[in-house]
Design a protein around this ligand. Structure first.
Ligand SMILES: [Zn+2]
Length: 112
């Protein structure tokens, strides 16, 4: 009878806090890389947690995986990877091809 549909503590996503919001928060906190990956692999998931939304990437889902320079490996659902990369671009941290921005004017170092 008291069969719980949503176990407390099971990280049931609050759909009002969208995955995009979560990814933005992680970017704000520095938990997600702010640079685009040089290489990315796609494949089926291995039930590892997604670095974007935190949910497992099931073996029936496509997983995007890439290495960061510091040997850390990031995994995303394909949709989460898209949100993450779009957010990087939106913030101007990467440009279209994932390269870091260049020649941005820094505060106090502006040439007019
Ligand atoms: Zn995800």
């Amino acid at each position: 009878m008291a069969f719980a549909m949503c176990e407390p503590g099971a990280a049931m996503p609050d759909l009002k806090t969208s995955i995009a919001d979560r990814i933005r928060a992680k970017l704000d906190a520095g938990d997600l890389p702010r640079l685009g990956p040089k290489k990315m692999w796609g494949g089926f998931g291995k039930n590892n947690a997604c670095d974007g939304c935190g949910n497992p990437i099931l073996t029936t889902d496509i997983e995007y995986e890439f290495n960061l320079g510091d040997k850390r490996t990031c995994r995303f659902h394909i949709s989460c990877a898209g949100i993450w990369q779009a957010e990087l671009r939106r913030r101007g941290w990467v440009h279209g091809n994932g390269a870091p921005p260049r020649g941005r004017s820094l505060p106090g170092k502006e040439t007019t």
